[in-house]
Write a protein that binds this ligand. Sequence first.
Ligand code: FES
Length: 127
Amino acid sequence: MFAQEENGGWLTDDLMTGVAEYLGLPKIAAYEVATFYSMFNLNPVGRYIINVCTNISCMLSGSEKVVEHLKKRLGVELGETTQDGKFTLREVECLAACAAAPMFQIGKKYYETLTPEKIDAILAELE
Ligand code: FES
């Protein structure tokens, strides 16, 4: 995480190789971790990464509408970053907040029982 944070929020091949060498691990071990967990980014990302859960509880509670609202509001598709570099929109698996679905995560904070109005208010705070 430290290597990623020091590089503007994403990992390069050189950084993953460097971390593996520092830890005395084969390069593949660093790549396996970086490609498995959604908190690691292998491409440049926006200042705020919006991780929208679309797993079963969120899907049944309207995550599709959350995604559509965010796509329309931000003008990006899933996996893309806004032109101003502010927001990256991503789809993730269950974030263990199923009882408050639909939800998304920005940084370390969870935003739950989302509605279009709540989403607009959250984005307005960040803009
Ligand atoms: S299904 Fe969305 S938090 Fe669990």
